[in-house]
Design a protein around this ligand. Sequence first.
Ligand code: ADP
Ligand code: MG
Length: 194
Amino acid sequence: MVQKSLVLLKPDAVRRGITGEVLDRFEQTGLKIIGAKLLNAADPEVSHKHYYKDEEWHKKVGELNLKDCADLELDPMDIFGTKDAVEIGRIVNEWLFAYVEKGPIFAFVFEGPHAVEKIRSLVGPTYPVTAPPGTIRGDYGLDSTVTSLQRKRAVYNLIHASGTPEEAEYEIGLWFKPEELISYRRPEEDVYQY
Ligand code: ADP
Ligand code: MG
């Protein structure tokens, strides 16, 4: 069950100077950093491959934003220039590329038992405003689809973490060369032998 997971500290986390606190949450569980890289910004080719989203995602996100527009009595035509959910989702996808291309980005690979699931549970759900306390997004953020659409940008939620082991393998390959990942032992690995 030893897995690897890609973690990106997004521009809002790096700019706010909370990288140490966020990393602490992962490290104190016993998860091991095996790769680290501080970048001015995501390369557009990497951002597009990393945040490639399918039509299902575009539709889901577009419908969410249309609902927010209705609740706020905002005209989606003014914000997106369209009322079509899939089209709106595609625009949000463009905002998402711009978010990580803005930088800075602090990229990490963590390794450990159940690393993917454990990291996602520490990170919390996508929207900080409703992410539960105790999660990174819940404790450090307030952003929502309402604030993001009003500002015509992606939801700022501090951090990216791989969703599945397959996603992790693909994403690690985008951000790191194999020789940039290192190997060592943490004391916990010996403790758990007993
Ligand atoms: P997660 O990061 O929780 O895995 P997704 O992969 O679905 O979530 O979305 C990728 C990123 O897109 C999110 O982290 C967030 O920054 C942004 N995002 C998601 N939904 C919306 C939305 N409705 N409006 C604006 N940005 C969004
Ligand atoms: Mg995701």
